[in-house]
Design a protein around this ligand. Sequence first.
Ligand code: FAD
Ligand code: SF4
Length: 468
Amino acid sequence: MARNPLQFLEIPRRDPGKETPKERVLHFGEIYGHYDGANAAAQASRCLDCGNPYCEWKCPVYNYIPNWLKLVEDGKLFEAAELSHQTNSLPEICGRICPQDRLCEGACTINDMGAVSIGSVEKYITDEAIKQGWRPDLSNVVDTGKRVGIVGAGPAGLAAADVLARSGVRSVVFDSYPEIGGLLTYGIPPFKLEKQVIDQRRKILEGMGVEFVLNTRVGEDKPFTELVDEFDAVFLGMGTYTYVRGEFPGEDMPGVHEALPYLISNVYHVLRDENAPLPWISLEGQNVVVLGGGDTGMDCVRTAIRQGATSVTCVYRRDEENMPGSRREVQNSKEEGVEFLFNRQPLQIIGTDRVNGVKLVETRLGDTDSDGRRRPESVPGTEQILSADAVIIAFGFRPSPPDWFDDFSIDTLPSGKVRVTSLGTQPFQTTNPKVFAGGDMVRGSDLVVRAVFEGREAASGIVSYLGV
Ligand code: FAD
Ligand code: SF4
């Protein structure tokens, strides 16, 4: 039977227009998408079960969305958690930080009147089920005796470990950081993703038999050859960590910061972790300019606001329509007081001993480039100087394949991304048949949910390769 889409009117909604900017900042994590059983069920019941699950097709892991919404509506929480984990290894995390407006919720049939809050319900299912004692049921899993070494405890590596455990294959996950999560822990700010969620996931995975060896850099602290010898197969989920530079004068001036060290230093500071490898960068009382309009840029502007910056301006070289980041994040940033300067290209960082401004030029969109996006072109005679006490460069990341790949016949593409599958027979197999790879190091900087998908697919490839 079709359900009533107007039931959402019964759900308490926040009214950002009536809050001060400070209240909006403070309340964001508390209010956004925090459901109890009653309003999760009410939200789930808005799904029309339309028979054309566009939401599922737009979800990169092809979640069974209408099915678990129905289970929530019927109060079958543990069944919903089981079903949700059949396709997604980190549902509570994707529910929090997927750009749903571009994915599942953007495709919802009733989007015009407010899409079903799919992400918030997904997060609720796992959070609440774990709170009530649910754990993955591995009672039917038979140990195959096979073991896989995983390099990288980011979303790709964690997803691979999850699928392998459910297939009776033990895995040992190595990471250079002291905690698991990759960019989930050391990148994405705590106001967007509470770090205890990752700790909770670590306990779940350890309960499934996954072993973590942290503070260990493969290739330095542990030679890769030992992994190849010790394990039946290896999965690489090492991410992308070479910063894209602007290549304009003044980039190395004091007061100019790379996005990731800025964000990581703030994560350590917020967590009051005394072992921070970087000094804390505080932008309190400063006029901050962030160059770049992706998710990383949005995290930087929102972090600077929380640090008490006097003003925060985001400069992006295309128009708002063409911004790569989540629409929701742009809206949140605007609500919190961030100014946006669209169609502006930085030419130079201005200053003598330290930065005091950024020279910009206006742009207009020209021909389409090889990525299918219209290229920004400078408009002569439109240069201007924007004053700034601090500048953050958030132009994204490029792959950083280590030298030792050559010793193990692991090929990369000219872009530095790892080459997978074309010469192999299994999904995400590299040019070394015993080694698989997935996530940002294969596809380039992207989304958590796509790294999860590739980690899962690669694990299925490994299971097939091992013949178990
Ligand atoms: P990573 O998360 O980068 O994990 C790789 C891991 O490998 C790291 O822990 C690293 O220490 C480890 N490693 C690397 N080399 C070695 C080695 N030799 N030995 C041992 N360990 C090693 N995506 C979203 O969906 N939503 C968002 O809101 C979002 N916000 C983002 C904000 C920022 C600031 C950034 C930078 C990214 C954001 N992303 C977001 C993208 C998302 O975080 C990545 O796509 C995702 O984390 C990629 O997962 P991964 O497992 O491939 O790599
Ligand atoms: Fe939506 Fe992401 Fe969840 Fe898929 S994983 S249903 S895209 S929030």
